[in-house]
Write a protein that binds this ligand. Structure first.
Ligand SMILES: [Cu+2]
Length: 697
């Protein structure tokens, strides 16, 4: 059913303050939602001190890969050439931002989360008949048939492209049997909308099966963000997508450097198992062991080539090759394009992305615009985003875009390709052979793994050496911060006898190579309660909380599971020293992500032999750790393997916020803390009728 009737009804009901010509229903949306009533909208408008004349629109899931959409041309956006001429979609929240006649819109989405499949019946004869691969509701992934989880039967899920100041409203309906869910808006601080952060048992009750939860928050920060399930392993099975907020071109420091900033040039980069992500936790011993992805996907697309293996699967290698269409990114010769790379991966690896024969001018990291730097490859960890400018100045042709797992994912050969196609190209595929698992020459690398760029090597650029173009808040660069919080993360490895003692049930996972492990911060494996801290603090059982006495007993070799809250004062400048307890060089570079805040990257370092966190703190106290002069602001920082990161943030957003490693299997086994910013009295009250949950016995 199309929503024409609904639109008509709403147009009749609308108050005089809104304008009839602004109501547009742009496509088919799932039919079993309650209508977003005028009363709710009026409520929304009153709650936000926005202009009463605010426009609003309804959006379904437009698909940037939809051939019909592409044939109409991407909606124009301001670039150097100003407002481009072309087919604009007036109802879409994706529009030129900050034009004189522009006003904030309400951007409304309806999402259905449900189990689905790749290469299922919707895909007809794909890939034999390639046109079937773009049929409605066909999800190809890398051509390997498997069960997945989807939002509106898309992989990745619907992308959100809005302008600064828009109100984003997303109704999430959970149709996944036997699963709860919650959606986190990664990179959105949720100032004033703390209850919309989407973390089960921290900011909300998980959405139960058949339940609907309405997320509602302002797009108050320009930049490349994304969204993903923060419940269980759903993100790795497909519940993930892009969220991009654009601002006025006049406020964009790099607007003069590119001609186009197209929705179609957003790359959601995911890693991909050929099994359920759930099966990897705690993990198997004899087959599909560890948590190493089989491949990567670029905007949900790719192909898979069975890598050479020496295990039993070799017998089946002929049946595991699969071809599905690659993601294609179109450019015209002589034009300059802003590309947005989203590190939406989950496994315990960073990955690198390279575009054949095209250097990339880095202009933003997470939400920070930076002084431009020319690189050939970028290393991206889960949770990070990078914006680059690609100049289409090579001979018109088709070029490879290569994504390659690093560390353990490199050993496993996990990789993917996509295509950069000049519109003037006369061939469909690159003339160069498929770059395979090893990929393209990496050239100058942003974020080289296992390096903190101390060697003055021009082929290495590190994130703490980038220059932010934003002003630095008062106090961030002072000699001493208002408070210091050491965060030493690592693992406790368990022997089988201890782990499987009758009557004990410790949480663990089976990493590749190493013994069973639980993940920890400051020797504590964090657990959450049965009720959210933000709304039902009094319902969280007292015995779950880490107490000062218990924390003192949490020794490196001991077992310590409790609800780990670190409180900081509202408005304080807080310094985190995030250190790798493993002290192993060339291993994992854990990406730490803060909810509700951005932090400034002041320094990255490597622990010297025998050096402790306390030693580093002493160096900091003596001013012997050199700080970045204009540190970039990020919400996710990859801590060097065997090293540390020094970051500072202004704790100006009261609430309970997750602070955690963004490797999925580390998060679910306890590598997190909850930051309590301010007192409970500083936090906003729960919205009226907010769902509750908890124990009953
Ligand atoms: Cu980790």
């Amino acid at each position: 059913m199309r929503w024409c009737l609904g639109a008509l009804a709403l147009a009749l009901l609308r108050p005089a303050a809104t304008r009839a010509q602004d109501v547009h229903i742009v496509n088919e949306v799932p039919g079993d939602f309650p209508v977003l009533t005028e009363a709710v909208l009026a409520d929304a408008l009153q709650d936000d001190d926005a202009d009463a004349d605010e426009r609003w629109a309804w959006l379904g899931g437009e698909d940037p890969d939809d051939p019909a959409y592409l044939s109409r041309g991407s909606p124009p956006v301001p670039g150097r050439a100003g407002r481009a001429q072309g087919a604009s979609r007036p109802a879409s929240c994706h529009r030129p931002c900050g034009e004189d006649d522009d006003e904030p819109m309400i951007c409304y989405f309806r999402w259905r989360l449900e189990p689905y499949v790749t290469m299922g019946r919707a895909c007809g004869s794909c890939p034999r008949n390639v046109s079937d691969c773009t049929a409605p509701q066909c999800v190809t992934a890398d051509g390997f048939e498997k069960g997945i989880l989807t939002v509106n039967r898309k992989l990745p899920g619907p992308s959100i492209h809005v302008c600064l100041g828009d109100l984003i409203v997303v109704d999430v309906k959970n149709l996944m049997p036997g699963r709860s869910t919650a959606i986190h808006w990664h990179g959105v601080r949720q100032r004033g909308s703390q209850h919309m952060d989407g973390v089960p048992m921290v900011t909300q009750c998980p959405i139960p099966e058949n339940g609907i939860f309405r997320y509602r928050f302002r797009a108050d920060e320009v930049g490349t963000h994304f969204w993903h399930s923060h419940d269980g392993m759903q993100k790795m099975d497909g519940v993930v997508g892009a969220l991009v907020v654009r601002g006025p071109a006049r406020a964009e420091p790099h607007a003069h450097l590119y001609d186009h900033d197209l929705r179609a040039h957003t790359l959601v980069l995911t890693d991909w198992f050929h099994t359920d992500a759930d099966q990897r936790f705690p993990g198997l011993l004899r087959r599909e062991s560890g948590q190493i992805p089989d491949s990567y996907l670029v905007n949900g697309r790719g192909s898979y080539r069975q890598r050479a293996r020496t295990d039993a699967r070799l017998l089946f290698s002929m049946t595991l090759d699969s071809e599905a269409p690659y993601a294609v990114f179109r450019v015209s010769r002589g034009q300059r394009y802003r590309f947005r790379f989203i590190g939406a991966t989950c496994a315990s690896c960073a990955f690198t992305i390279t575009v054949q024969d095209h250097a990339l001018r880095l202009i933003a990291v997470d939400i920070s615009p930076v002084r431009p730097v020319l690189v050939d490859s970028l290393t991206i960890s889960p949770g990070e985003r990078y914006d680059v400018i690609l100049e289409a100045k090579q001979p018109p042709a088709v070029y490879w875009i290569h994504v390659r797992g690093l560390g353990a994912c490199a050993l496993a050969g996990a990789h993917q390709v996509a295509l950069l196609r000049y519109t003037e190209a006369r061939t469909a595929m690159p003339s160069m052979p498929h770059p395979g698992r090893l990929g393209l020459p990496r050239g100058v690398v942003l974020g080289p793994e296992n390096s903190i760029c101390t060697a003055d090597d021009p082929a290495e650029v590190c994130v703490h050496h980038l220059v932010s173009l934003r002003s630095i808040p008062a106090g961030v660069l002072d000699a001493a911060a208002g408070a210091r919080v050491p965060i030493e993360f690592g693992f406790r490895f368990h022997d089988d006898e201890e782990l499987f003692r009758s009557g004990t049930f410790q949480r663990f996972f089976i990493p590749p190579v190493f013994p069973p492990a639980s993940a920890r911060i400051n020797n504590v494996s964090n657990i959450l309660g049965p009720s959210p801290l933000l709304t039902q603090l009094e319902d969280v059982p007292a015995h779950l909380f880490c107490t000062p006495g218990l924390l003192q007993q949490c020794a490196p070799a001991g077992t310590c599971e409790c609800l780990h809250i670190i409180k900081v004062g509202l408005g304080e400048v807080v310094e985190f020293v995030i250190g790798d307890a493993g002290r192993i060089r060339n291993a994992l570079s854990h990406p730490f992500h803060a909810h509700g805040h951005y932090f400034h990257i002041l320094a990255l370092g490597l622990f010297q032999p025998g050096q402790s966190m306390a030693d580093v703190v002493r160096l900091l106290d003596r001013g012997e750790v050199p700080f970045s002069v204009r540190p970039v602001e990020k919400d996710t920082i990859a801590v060097p393997s065997g090293g540390y990161a020094v970051v500072r943030m202004v704790a100006d957003n009261p609430g309970f916020w997750m602070f955690h490693c963004h490797f999925l299997y580390h998060l679910v086994t306890g590598m997190s803390v909850v930051l309590q910013v301010g007192d409970v009295a500083d936090m906003p009250p729960a919205p009226r009728g907010f769902p509750k949950c908890g124990d009953f016995f």
